[in-house]
Ligand binder design. Structure first.
Ligand code: 3HC
Ligand code: NAD
Length: 309
């Protein structure tokens, strides 16, 4: 059975979002976040098109979704393996993949972006898709740190643009930060909030401030752990153990940096530092810069602060 089709559902000539209820979702970026969001949206009955730049990347996204679904099913259908397998097939049927963002947005009630954490790249993507997408398609970014207002500025749909910030790993993390700008309409904000609930997540409402709520607190903490290590005040292993056993965190800060992606952590902190260079919370880390320069981005590349199989 074909798990995924490469066909775009051309039967829809344009998005037909009804009463602000999001059903068809196009996700741009099939990395750890995009694939995770696609999985959860498809698992909750949404029709998903996942877009990335190459077939190879999308094949990897598909493998990741299948692997994650198997883990979910192992628990959810522990004593009903056949029902579990059926669930997986149904979810996979809800996901199409494509390398053609313009075509895949034609039927989208929601266009959700989860590509690299770079303002210019995000603006270019949204600016381009704004011209191709139906007028009523809602646009949202999963950015970790960039102002939604700045990203939305590349489009002409300022009232239909917001932030939807998910957490990694998406199938496990319950929170979604829903971000409204000064121009996001109440209707759009409500649609995004209700979509988060439909995914089984708990949404919180955030202002368009750097890092929203979680990252504004979490990223400075992670960076301070790196700097503490650089000052020679603790090994990365000891710092990780300390924060897990002494503060009850599921992962230590070095493990978490590797899990998030060191490239993403660097994009976040460099962006904030450029805007507020004297803020010591946003100071850089030589160790982080070195690892990123070496292409060691953490778990997703097989090595970061730690090595992964
Ligand atoms: C920077 C960004 O903008 C914002 C962010 O996202 S910041 C990062 C936020 N995320 C965090 O802080 C994550 C912190 N870590 C955790 O919560 C936990 O370590 C964790 C949920 C990732 C894993 O749980 P843990 O008990 O440590 O490890 P593990 O034994 O691998 O997983 C337990 C179960 O979780 C489930 N699970 C974990 N990852 C999963 C995934 N990707 N898909 C499906 N299920 C998963 C599985 O059921 C797994 O059981 P299994 O091993 O039998 O399959
Ligand atoms: N990693 C996290 O913990 C986390 C959590 C929440 C939010 N975010 C944010 O989500 C976004 C994605 O992060 P990620 O960790 O999934 O990154 P990732 O590196 O795993 O995936 C990014 C994907 O986007 C694709 N891509 C890049 N440019 C593209 C384009 N123009 N068109 C289509 N696809 C393109 C890449 O090929 C890649 O597959 C970033 O903005 C990041 O800040 C990350």
């Amino acid at each position: 059975m074909a798990f995924f089709t490469h066909q775009i559902r051309r039967g829809f000539s344009s998005s037909i979002i009804k009463n602000g209820v999001i059903k068809n979702v196009t996700i741009i970026g099939g990395g750890q976040m995009g694939a995770g969001i696609a999985q959860v949206a498809a698992s909750t009955g949404h029709t998903v098109t996942l877009v990335d730049t190459s077939e190879d990347i999308l094949k990897k996204s598909r493998k990741g979704i299948e692997g994650s679904l198997k883990r979910v099913v192992k628990k959810k259908f522990a004593d009903k393996p056949e029902a579990g397998e059926e669930f997986i097939q149904n979810v996979l049927q809800n996901v199409s993949i494509s390398t053609d963002a313009g075509a895949s947005v034609q039927a989208a009630d929601l266009l959700l972006e989860a590509i690299v954490e770079n303002l210019k790249v995000k603006q270019d993507l949204f600016g381009h898709l704004d011209e191709l997408a139906p007028a009523n398609t809602i646009f949202a970014s999963n950015t970790s740190s960039l102002p939604i207002t700045d990203i939305a500025g590349s489009t002409s749909r300022l009232d239909r643009f917001g932030g939807l910030h998910f957490f990694n790993p998406v199938p496990m993390m319950k929170l979604v930060e829903v971000v409204g700008t000064s121009t996001t309409s109440q209707e759009t904000f409500d649609s995004l909030l209700n979509f988060s609930k439909a995914l089984g997540k708990t949404p919180v409402s955030c202002k368009d401030t750097p890092g929203f709520i979680v990252n504004r607190l979490l990223v400075p903490y992670m960076m301070e752990a790196l700097r503490l290590h650089e000052r020679g005040h603790g090994s990365k292993e000891d710092i990780d153990i300390a924060m897990k056993l002494g503060a009850g965190y599921p992962m230590g800060p070095f493990e978490l940096c590797d899990y998030v992606g060191l490239d993403t952590v660097k994009f976040i902190i460099d962006g904030w530092s450029a805007k507020d260079p004297h803020n010591p919370l946003f100071a850089s880390s030589e160790l982080l810069n070195k690892l990123v320069a070496e292409g060691k981005y953490g778990k997703k590349t097989g090595e970061g602060f730690y090595k992964y199989k």
